[in-house]
Design a protein around this ligand. Structure first.
Ligand SMILES: Cc1cc2nc3c(=O)[nH]c(=O)nc-3n(C[C@H](O)[C@H](O)[C@H](O)COP(=O)(O)OP(=O)(O)OC[C@H]3O[C@@H](n4cnc5c(N)ncnc54)[C@H](O)[C@@H]3O)c2cc1C
Length: 391
């Protein structure tokens, strides 16, 4: 039947497209339903990815805008700490064209993509799941993959809740004069970027992505104005794009597999709780999901659901365990006042911190680096406990 698919994926973001690509290559009948008229727009993402993502994500050279070798962290009083290596630890990718490229690969692997296809209803029909669009068109899925990003509408349609904390974000492209374009700049100011941080990520030829995240959603554009007037690096910046307001869902869901319905990417909160990076982790989730789906289709009928659920246990081990430790570090970060963070930056023993960063990396497992830093910086622990008790 024309409208019956092995796998229907709701959401044509990078993670949904990655699943479509893998399962299309494995010759399953795959359909992607994307609410928007095209993929990749608007770009809400900074595109900063660990170097290993270039291989994993099949990122072509022309999609790499810049390489990042270090970071400079600023307190609200503009005391700063700069760390830089000789070799890059991250790349900045062209996120819009990366999504379009992944879409092209998925199509050439025979995945079908329908645009302007907002899914408004989901219903169990025997072994399959019925998916109904706003237009009234209907499709049937043996396996349904939910890759809808931060949007939570599908959860309520199937009566589940994947709890998360929302970080509200805004980002613009800009032109800024910086001393070093191989460094990612971070600004900690709790009044502007509450419980999170602001950033400048250099892309190409003097251009940058400037943004902030906050746990307080209201007046985010006003916060962006404040950021531009308060962070000295941005005093003479020129904005060259419209602001994009988006959100990052962080947390650890109890379940991400519900019979034949599987959540992945941001919709499964596969986002690093300390940095908000979700491309590498989303692709790890997507690849594990694809393996489980193939196991289900290639195995005996009676082990179909068991094979699908192996995705959940694998991802718990690979991603959510680490996220648990990052959430602990995030609690420390959230508890420390701006004054305490400033004090820590001023008192840092640069050699020791650089040692830890060189040894344990910056992006792969921030929890390991963070816990080691905590050990090297008793002042951080002391101020955390002091700030915690005074709350
Ligand atoms: C400001 C900001 C900066 C970031 N910077 C980085 C970074 O530097 N590095 C990094 O690794 N990560 C970063 N991230 C995170 C990264 O962007 C996400 O992890 C990634 O986009 C997740 O991909 P996804 O496919 O799961 O979801 P999305 O990219 O959100 O895609 C979901 C898709 O589902 C569609 N959809 C939603 N609901 C429906 C529906 N009902 N029917 C049909 N379609 C639907 C949407 O239209 C959308 O196209 C950033 C995020 C933000 C907000």
């Amino acid at each position: 039947m024309e409208n019956v698919f092995d796998v229907v994926i709701i959401g044509g973001g990078p993670v949904g497209l990655r699943v479509a690509l893998s399962l299309g290559r494995a010759k399953l009948r795959v359909l992607v339903l994307e609410a928007k008229s095209r993929v990749g727009y608007p770009n809400h993402c900074s595109g900063l990815v660990p170097i290993e993502f270039i291989n994993i994500g099949e990122v072509k050279d022309n999609l790499i805008l810049n390489y990042i070798k270090g970071s400079a962290v600023y307190s609200f009083k503009e005391n700063s700490f700069l760390f830089k290596r000789d070799i890059p630890y991250a790349a900045v990718i062209d996120r819009t064209n990366f999504d379009i490229y992944t879409e092209k690969l998925a199509k050439s692997a025979s995945a079908k993509i329908i645009y302007n296809a907002y899914v408004k209803e989901i219903k169990k029909e025997g072994k399959n799941t019925l998916v109904r669009l706003n237009s009234g068109d209907e499709y049937f899925a043996r396996v349904l993959v939910v890759a809808t990003g931060a949007a939570n509408a599908i959860q309520s349609k199937i009566g589940v809740e994947l709890k998360s904390e929302t970080i509200y974000t805004v980002q613009v492209d800009g032109e800024v004069s910086l001393e070093d374009y191989e460094v990612a700049y971070i600004y900690m100011n709790n009044r502007i970027a509450t419980d999170w941080f602001a950033w400048i990520i250099p892309t190409k030829d003097g251009f940058v992505r400037i943004g902030l995240g906050t746990s307080k959603g209201e007046n985010i554009l006003k916060k962006l104005d404040e950021l531009f007037s308060e962070w000295s690096l941005l005093k003479h910046a020129r904005i060259v794009s419209k602001p994009v307001v988006w959100s990052i869902p962080i947390g650890i869901p109890k379940r991400i597999v519900f019979d034949n319905i599987l959540f992945v990417g941001d919709s499964a909160r596969q986002v690093k709780p300390f940095s908000g990076g979700g491309l590498l982790t989303g692709f790890i989730g997507a690849d594990d999901l694809s393996k489980a789906v193939l196991k289900a289709f290639n195995g005996p009928d009676e082990s179909f659901y068991k094979a699908l659920s192996s995705y959940e246990s694998n991802v718990k081990e690979k991603l959510y365990k680490e996220f648990g430790r990052e959430l602990f570090l995030r609690d420390i970060y959230k508890t420390l006042s701006d004054e305490s963070k400033d004090k820590i930056l001023r008192s840092i023993n640069k050699d020791k911190v650089v040692d830890v960063l060189l040894k344990f990396g910056m992006m792969d497992k921030p929890s390991i680096t963070g816990l080691k830093l905590l050990k090297e910086m008793p002042l951080m622990l002391f101020l955390y406990l002091k700030d915690k008790l005074s709350v």
